[in-house]
Design a protein around this ligand. Structure first.
Ligand code: SAH
Length: 476
């Protein structure tokens, strides 16, 4: 360990900053956040620092640096554009045993500024020890995205309750369990949903009743590409005790589940039999009643042809608290990846999402509405009924040469798009791999020009692409 991480309380403590430009100002901003008493030595202050000086937020103690100025400070920061001066400050500080940082000059630093993720009062500091600042920054961005903004609020409320919890729960283990449960349970969800009063009520109640009570989150995983999972979805699956998932959830997304969480597959088994919906509903209920944090992970969006509603009804009947994290539905995700806009001023003013799989026969569908022109029809679970669908649409007025697309395994690396017309839809559907989405309408024509994802299309486009990038680089 080249650098020892520690969190210093700078409140009211004097820090010397030598330099009055933007580099100095950046560091001064950070120091002021920590309520340090900032003393500046500089011939001139830039606008930002002048303003701080006018507001008495910093002290401009001298124009020229001398060794005496660092005698009473804890930290010294050299941020002038004079390298010789910066180095002199470094050696003087070293000889006085002061911690010193010459900005952007790692060999002349006895302390460094880490990348900071601020969820006050939670602070996370990252450093690569000066070896790979860009990597540290990337890590910071990743963590920023992962760590919810409400984390600070949670810590703040917990701080308020700490003594009460200590008084009620005698052992450290008991308290640890209690807090773990709070941070991954309903309390956390309420804080996240800005219901702080209810969150504190929940905390009080859990403390009183010895913290039982599970929670279910119904999470949409999107159509496959893990990048399309929402941040809320990611946070939920990383907090879960147990995750129930089905066949539509991609392996890429499953790999993001917290490693020691239990995983239960509730989709279609190899023998073709599905786990009955009632069985899944019951399982969700039982797990939640055991006090677990349960995630029900579904492909696409849980409320779009996903029976999410049915599962929640059962939970609601038993007063199990739950939340819903929407996902990108296949109709949005797969079409986007296939370069098929759902609406377009020239071709379609509306889009309809419909399921081809009905409990009854396809004959009871609203064909009149579905066959309207100037609209895009997106059919989920439609490949088995493609023949009937194509016939009916034509019978109700859609032309036989209306363009159609079948997008298989949309947004995944294996995505394939088959293009045809209503006349040969059934034929295409027979060959399509599942899961597959049928798109009917003039917008499908745009696929040829707008397809951007998937190996096949990229290869086909390559010569064109090279030419284009050549032109661009020439212009540049
Ligand atoms: N809740 C899901 C839909 C479940 S119904 C959602 O919002 O996307 C299952 C149907 O969705 C499949 O039969 C198929 O028509 C469609 N589907 C789901 N994922 C898909 C994908 N990656 N590519 C193409 N179609 C998909």
């Amino acid at each position: 360990m080249n650098y020892f991480p520690l969190f210093a309380d700078l409140t009211g403590r004097p820090v010397l900053v030598v330099g009055g430009g933007s580099v100095a100002a950046r560091k001064v901003g950070l120091l002021l956040k920590a309520n340090a008493q900032v003393r500046i030595v500089a011939r001139q202050l830039n606008e930002e620092l002048s303003e701080l000086e006018r507001q008495n937020k910093v002290l401009w103690i001298a124009k020229e640096f001398n060794a005496e100025q660092m005698r009473t400070v804890m930290l010294v920061i050299a941020a002038t554009n004079d390298e010789v001066l910066n180095h002199r400050i470094f050696y003087l500080a070293e000889s006085q045993h002061k911690l010193v940082n010459v900005v952007d000059d790692q060999p002349h630093c006895s302390f460094i500024f880490p990348s900071i993720i601020d969820r006050n009062p939670i602070q996370i500091a990252i450093s690569s020890g000066g070896k790979a600042p860009v990597l540290a920054r990337l890590l910071r961005e990743k963590l920023e995205a992962l760590l919810p903004q409400y984390l600070g609020k949670i810590a703040e409320i917990s701080g308020k309750w700490r003594d009460q919890v200590k008084a009620k729960l005698a052992s450290v283990t008991e308290r640890r369990r209690f807090w773990e449960k709070m941070f991954s349970g309903r309390f956390a969800s309420l804080v996240k949903n800005q219901q702080e009063v209810q969150a504190e009520e929940e905390l009080a109640e859990q403390l009183e009743n010895n913290y039982q009570g599970g929670f279910v989150s119904l999470v949409g995983a999107g159509p496959g590409d893990a990048g399309l999972l929402t941040l809320n979805g990611l946070q939920e699956i990383q907090q879960a005790d147990v995750v129930l998932y089905d066949a539509l959830v991609s392996g890429e997304i499953l790999s993001l589940i917290r490693r020691d969480a239990e995983r239960i597959f509730v989709g279609k088994r190899a023998n073709g039999r599905s786990v009955a919906q009632e069985e899944t509903n019951q399982l969700l209920l039982t797990l939640a009643q055991q006090g677990k944090r349960v995630v029900r992970l579904k492909g696409g969006d849980p409320f779009v042809f996903g029976r999410g509603g049915e599962e929640l009804e059962v939970l609601a009947q038993h007063q199990i608290p739950f939340s819903v994290v929407p996902g990108i539905t296949a109709g949005i995700g797969a079409t986007a990846y296939a370069g098929i806009p759902l609406t377009h001023r020239d071709y379609a003013q509306s889009a309809i999402f419909v399921t081809g799989h009905r409990k009854a026969d396809a004959s009871d569908m609203e064909w009149q509405t579905l066959a309207r022109s100037n609209q895009t029809l997106v059919i989920y679970m439609g490949t088995l009924k493609a023949q009937v669908i194509a016939e009916r649409l034509q019978q109700y007025g859609r032309a036989a040469n209306t363009p159609v697309a079948i997008i298989s395994q949309g947004t995944q690396l294996t995505q394939k798009t088959a293009i045809g017309t209503l006349a040969n839809l059934a034929e295409l559907a027979e060959k399509a791999e599942t899961p597959a989405l049928i798109v009917v309408g003039e917008v499908v024509k745009l696929h040829e020009q707008l397809a951007w994802f998937g190996e096949e299309k990229q290869r086909q486009k390559q010569p064109h692409f090279t030419l284009e990038s050549l032109t661009i680089s020439q212009v540049a």
